[in-house]
Design a protein around this ligand. Structure first.
Ligand code: ADP
Ligand code: MG
Length: 694
């Protein structure tokens, strides 16, 4: 009986839809009729309905969308077309709901059930497209009568008795005459930028049918308009009084927003252009990154450039060169790496912070899973890098990453895609994000005498994809310690003042960014939208000279090839980003000079072989040890051996003896031991003895 009721049409509604469609959508309907049945949907903007009909008609569409859309569909079906085509299975799909009916997932309430709403989100998960029966044909096994039963809800509906012979006969489903549509299930997640400080993103499941199945992929930003439905939950105690909701999609609109979502008013633009004329703007911008963190000017500069980004390039032969700048911070624990990461994420438009062990099965990349979400179908789930498309992915504790993620990162960092081939699902998802990684050294503390590749616990192939690698060491140094300590004390003090009085005294200025974060975000968005700098001749020559200069160091006797073309690309990207930071259309010599300085700073600390004092990218990229740099390592090994042989601290003389027997002069060995001590790798428990710090 239920079925009969829901099938009944309100003729007056059908008529009004017909009037409306003929008046406002005639051209589109004609177009559809020529493309039908390859195209099956007539997209109707809600604002047109609002303008073209009485107010109450439009609000009925919001409040009783089932009835209204069935009427609309029937109206479309009945329209006489000059083409003679009948739009039997066409849909009327509503798009562009006004902003007030556009909800965040967390704002969905019970009064929305049964209504037409729009929901914004990012596609987290998506099943394969599979047929779903919409009209199931049942054949009565007693009298042979065939009855069609509409399948609209979540469960499968079977006839109770035969409508012809009225017996509760067994029925046989006849798939060959049943009617199917394509169906897909999708899981939406709240966009990360809508989340405030560590909130867990909420999700909403969406059903897609027919021609809107298979149009979106995980990682896409979408606005789904649909009818909110509910279903009863089951618990251990049987049926539960709690209901869950899902959305029956009417339309899916894709969004390409990234920095576009940051609104810039005329007033903002004035402020931005004022900043542009400030001769110290670049320094000010750097100082506005994480002012509560002491020091790290170079790291902050790198994060700033990362936010501005270089220019991605599509070459005529189809290759794409990324504009995103990848930065890695490697260093001792407790030196504010995680803090810097979370600050960067707050400034970025689509920043996502991820520990290496992600909360989802998809981890950093993406995965195909078969779980209850897909009802036995495979589903593709997006991980952090896909969700951070066009933003920044901050990956903390990269050293603890899964092997699977690590492998996929190679592709993600250079091609900026993530490919999945599993269980018959093949997909390529976009992951155009800049990566800001942090890693702790493998043995707890960073040891500059060990090749970085061995300590960072990341494969050299991955390390070489970072544009900038910072090695940060926490070495006791009286002056720096006092400065850092007093900075932290003052920061906390200012925070306390802020918490009690909310005032703005001298102390509070310390932790106040010079360019406040909202304006900084706008400034960056403005630059990324409007500024596409081109290299000047001078800058090009400087990059070339610097690069060739680096290479030349490798042409000498027995040195490995030091610098790869990746470093040249890094320079160009950084130069573009720096020009953007000045809102300049030209990468000028001053930009080149500045980024060369930054690159040099990193190279010196990571790539300089501490034994030879020479730049050597193989130090990072291959991790091989040339004989010279082996010495410090050998000394360490000798100490280790002797420690294990004896008990604890080892006499200095004994080490020098063994070192000599292995070909290291005593004086040289002594010097190395002093260096190791200074770097906190070994210590001296009593005079004339040393041990390894653990
Ligand atoms: P990491 O991730 O490197 O192990 P964290 O980011 O967790 O370190 O930092 C540990 C704590 O020490 C944080 O509360 C941080 O604010 C503080 N800290 C460390 N170095 C600094 C610094 N240079 N300036 C301000 N705070 C610092
Ligand atoms: Mg940390």
């Amino acid at each position: 009986m239920e079925l009969a009721f829901s099938d009944r049409l309100d003729e007056s509604l059908v008529e009004r839809w017909q009037e409306f469609l003929k008046k406002y959508y005639w051209e589109r309907i004609l177009e559809l009729s020529t493309a039908y049945p390859e195209e099956k949907s007539l997209y109707v903007s809600f604002s047109d309905v609002n303008r073209g009909t009485e107010l109450e008609f439009a609000s009925l569409l919001l409040e009783a969308p089932d009835v209204m859309l069935r009427s609309a569909r029937e109206a479309l079906r009945r329209i006489d077309l000059p083409t003679g085509v009948s739009l039997e299975d066409a849909h009327v799909r509503i798009v562009e709901l006004p902003k007030i009916h556009r909800l965040q997932i967390r704002d969905i309430r019970s009064h929305h059930i049964g209504r037409l709403i729009s929901v914004e989100g990012i596609v987290l998960k998506m099943t394969e497209v599979r047929p779903k029966v919409v009209a199931a044909a049942f054949k009565c096994q007693k009298c042979g009568h065939v009855a069609f039963v509409r399948q609209e809800g979540r469960g499968f509906v079977e006839p109770a008795e035969c409508e012809h012979c009225e017996r509760k006969a067994p029925f046989r489903l006849a798939p060959e005459i049943s009617k199917f549509v394509d169906a897909q299930k999708m899981r939406l997640q709240e966009p990360p930028e809508e989340l405030r400080g560590g909130e867990m993103p909420q999700i909403l499941d969406v059903n897609l049918e027919d021609d809107i199945a298979g149009v979106a992929t995980p990682g896409d930003r979408v606005v789904v308009t649909g009818i909110l439905r509910s279903y009863q939950r089951h618990s251990h105690y049987g049926k539960s009084p709690f209901f869950d909701v899902y959305l029956d999609a009417i339309s899916v609109e894709r969004e390409e927003k990234e920095f576009e979502e940051i609104e810039i008013t005329g007033d903002d633009e004035k402020k931005i252009l004022e900043l542009k004329n400030d001769p110290h703007i670049y320094e000010k911008l750097i100082r506005s990154i994480a002012p509560s963190i002491y020091g790290y000017e170079e790291v902050k500069e790198a994060i700033l450039l990362q936010l501005f980004s270089g220019i991605p390039k599509e070459l005529p032969d189809g290759t794409r060169i990324r504009g995103d700048i990848h930065v890695l911070l490697v260093g001792d624990p407790g030196i504010a790496k995680s803090q810097l990461l979370s600050y960067a994420v707050k400034l970025a438009p689509r920043g996502i912070y991820a520990g290496a062990k992600g909360a989802t099965a998809a981890g950093l990349t993406a995965t195909a899973v078969k779980d209850e979400f897909g009802d036995g179908r495979w589903a593709l789930e997006a991980g952090v890098l896909v969700l951070a498309d066009k933003g920044i992915a901050a990956i903390d504790e990269m050293d603890k990453m899964d092997k699977k993620d690590r492998d996929a990162l190679h592709e993600a960092m250079e091609q900026q895609t993530i490919s999945i081939a599993k269980a018959g699902i093949t997909a390529t998802l976009k992951a155009r994000c800049a990566i800001l990684g942090a890693a702790n050294p493998k043995y707890g503390r960073y040891d500059k005498y060990e090749p970085p590749a061995e300590q960072i616990n990341l494969p050299p192939t991955l390390l070489s994809r970072f544009d900038l690698i910072f090695t940060l060491m926490d070495r006791p140094e009286e002056d720096a310690d006092v400065n850092l300590a007093s900075h932290i004390l003052r920061t906390h003090y200012a925070g306390e003042l802020l918490a009690t009085s909310g005032g703005d005294g001298e102390e509070i200025r310390l932790i106040k960014p010079e360019v406040p974060p909202p304006l900084l975000r706008k400034y960056i968005a403005y630059a990324r939208r409007n500024v596409f700098p081109v290299m000047s001749k001078g800058a090009m020559r400087m990059f070339l000279d610097f690069y060739v200069g680096l290479r030349r160091q490798g042409y000498g006797e027995d040195a490995p090839i030091p610098v790869t073309a990746r470093q040249l690309e890094a320079l160009i990207r950084l130069g573009e980003a720096r020009a953007r930071a000045r809102l300049s259309d030209v990468v000028a010599e001053e930009d080149a000079e500045r980024v060369i300085r930054l690159v040099n700073y990193c190279l010196r600390r990571v790539f300089v072989d501490p034994e030879t004092g020479k730049l050597d990218v193989d130090w990072v990229a291959v991790g091989t040890s040339k004989s010279r740099r082996d010495r410090a390592k050998m000394i360490k090994e000798i100490i280790k051996e002797l420690e294990e042989a004896g008990d604890g601290a080892v006499p200095l003389e004994e080490i020098l003896d063994v070192a000599e027997s292995r070909g290291i002069e005593r004086a040289k060995a002594e010097e190395i031991i002093e260096n190791l001590k200074r770097d906190g790798i070994i210590y001296s428990p009593k005079h004339g003895y040393v041990g390894i710090v653990r």
